[in-house]
Design a protein around this ligand. Structure first.
Ligand code: 9MR
Length: 582
């Protein structure tokens, strides 16, 4: 059957006037065709990028189910250069809007990986992006019903966590044991860090607040599925339950992290049993905690009124601690000179806590309407800064914009400035995207390729979606979709950077849960860090160009790790797009 289709296709291509009448009977996949390997919405712009192949002009779209050509087109004449010097041209097949499974065929050359056109094309991907957090759960066994082949025994109960000498207080001595269970593993490692949990939970709670009706019905097949609470909120609670234990009940300060002294080996969670510590309180962790708890207080109010009160009290207590300790920045190297054991795991250190203060004040203001918090914002820097774990002011500003109707007591001019700054940043983001080599905002600037560049692409997408919802200008939604196309295959390496989604996907992520079970496929729904010319892991890369600095090897923690603060914006982007489209 298959070869009959191919033969049929070959004949048709011949009739189309292709230069070479002899087309491979088994049309090979050709890596010079780069496109979104999941697919497109029916009315979305649909493009593939073709690298090299000078002189080849014709392409067709082949319907794999019907065994028929459904679209014929010509590659655009304009040529752009990629960073590594390839000629890049665009093949546009936007007009094709019929639901189906397709491949793109470059006349005489080969075919693309398959893709789909469907009005729910990203639904499964969106669910998987959130389900990934379930797989990251610490302190619980995952059962077959919910984890399938990735079921695993309980690891890291964290009911005997030692107070590190850096974290002593009048009521907690070094060596005391506290209980701090649950939460999500941060990334490829098994530690739990408040700063990174902060932006992760903030992003996911915002996803819920922005598209709450979409999440009322969305089932993730997690143990809590079927209760009265949206699954997304159930999943987020797993981490909130942990975060709240990281606050010193006495003074309100929040420990920076819960960690082993050194990274564990590449073993399964229940075999990674080194002593874990709570380490040093910090201003950044405490303010991130305050922001998250303030937001959680309003989001969960309808479902858990008691917890909602607890969350708000915790937020206010944290805020007050940070007021009294504005400069307790986490400096790991200095800490290690003073205390033993040395702690050499993820630092999440920062040079200042001003943006964390803005985020916390914004969330506390939205939740309480208490003008004390507004006074903290009146002089604050309102310029746009793309969110990342060490830059969180706009998580707060997004919340102010989201709730602008209920906080109309704020000066209109101040709020208008926020909106102007948001829209002009979004405009700058899409400028040049149409002529960049891979036709996406992400590929307009080589400086976007940092450690976790795929989170950069996702966070740009979120900015563009806020600009879209604030302005209704279609061009912003298109820009967000372009970055999704980038993530899912229209890029310089040809990878769809999400485990289990697409045809050419990461198989060897730097992820202890995956590396310790190489008998299984990698856990699905995880976005890897992506191209990073820093190449800090010292692994052998095939290329040093910024957008090609990626290798699918476990060695590569600088380009192929997974992390909760990268999955959250990715999950936001995919689910928000799906919610907007449906
Ligand atoms: O995402 C973090 C990145 O911005 C930093 O440059 C890098 C080096 O400090 O650390 C990254 O975070 C890692 C964390 O420190 C430990 N867990 C894994 C995280 C992802 O690589």
């Amino acid at each position: 059957m298959k070869s009959k289709h191919v033969l049929f296709l070959s004949l048709l291509l011949f009739q189309l006037g292709c230069k070479s009448p002899t087309i491979d009977l088994y049309l090979p996949i050709d890596e010079s065709i780069r496109l979104n390997q999941i697919g497109f919405y029916p009315d979305q712009q649909k493009i593939a990028v073709v690298l090299g192949n000078d002189g080849v002009e014709d392409f067709v779209i082949w319907d794999e189910e019907k065994g028929d050509i459904v679209y014929e087109g010509k590659i655009a004449k304009e040529v752009t250069k990629t960073l590594s010097g390839y000629d890049s041209r665009i093949a546009n097949f936007t007009q094709l809007s019929q639901t189906g499974n397709y491949v793109f065929v470059l006349a005489g050359v080969g075919k693309s990986y398959p893709f789909r056109i469907d009005s729910h094309v990203n639904q499964e991907l969106g669910k998987a992006g959130i389900k990934a957090f379930y797989y990251q759960r610490a302190g619980v066994a995952l059962d077959k019903t919910h984890a399938g082949i990735w079921a695993r025994p309980l690891g890291h109960p964290d009911d005997q966590v030692m107070v590190h000498p850096s974290a002593v207080s009048p009521t907690r001595k070094a060596g005391d044991l506290i209980s701090s269970p649950r939460g999500w593993y941060d990334a490829g490692d098994y530690n739990k860090y408040i700063v990174n949990s902060g932006i992760t939970v903030g992003t996911l709670l915002s996803l819920y607040e922005d598209y709450s009706s979409y999440f009322q019905e969305l089932e993730l097949n997690i143990p809590e599925s079927g209760d009265q609470i949206p699954d997304l909120l159930d999943e987020i609670r797993w981490n909130l339950d942990w975060m709240i234990t990281m606050q010193d009940p006495k003074d309100g300060g929040v420990y920076h992290k819960l960690t082993t002294a050194k990274f564990e080996g590449m073993v399964e969670p229940h075999l990674a049993v080194s002593q874990r510590y709570v380490v040093a309180k910090s201003t950044t962790a405490t303010l991130d905690f305050a922001a998250v708890m303030a937001q959680a207080s309003r989001v969960y109010k309808a479902y858990f009124p008691e917890e909602s009160v607890t969350y708000l009290k915790a937020a206010e207590k944290a805020w007050n601690w940070a007021k009294n300790n504005p400069d307790m920045l986490y400096k790991q190297n200095e800490m290690n000179k003073q205390f033993d054991p040395d702690v050499v795991t993820g630092a999440y250190g920062d040079s200042g806590a001003e943006d964390e203060r803005v985020w916390a004040a914004s969330e506390l203001f939205v939740t309480t309407h208490n003008l004390t918090y507004w006074e903290e914002l009146v002089e604050a820097d309102q310029s746009f800064k793309l969110p990342s774990w060490n830059q969180v002011s706009w998580l707060g500003y997004y919340s102010l914009l989201r709730h602008q109707d209920s906080i109309s007591l704020l000066p209109q001019e101040w709020m208008a400035t926020l909106k102007i700054n948001l829209l002009s940043a979004a405009r700058a983001q899409i400028e040049g995207a149409g002529s960049a080599a891979f036709r996406s905002p992400m590929t307009t600037n080589v400086r976007n390729f940092i450690w976790g560049s795929n989170a950069m692409a996702s966070n740009q997408g979120i900015l563009l979606l806020y600009a879209y919802t604030q302005s209704n200008e279609q061009v912003f939604l298109e820009g967000a979709l372009d970055n999704l196309d980038y993530i899912l295959g229209r890029n310089a390496t040809g990878y769809s950077y999400v485990t289990g989604f697409g045809s050419k996907t990461p198989k060897h992520p730097h992820h202890r849960l995956a590396e310790s079970r190489t008998d299984l496929p990698p856990l699905p729904g995880f976005i890897v860090g992506g191209p990073n010319p820093g190449q800090q892991d010292g692994c052998t890369y095939a290329s040093s160009f910024a957008d090609e600095s990626y290798i699918d090897e476990t060695c590569s923690f600088a380009s192929n790790e997974i992390a909760i603060n990268w999955n959250a914006p990715f999950a936001y982007l995919v689910n928000a797009v799906e919610a907007i489209r449906n």
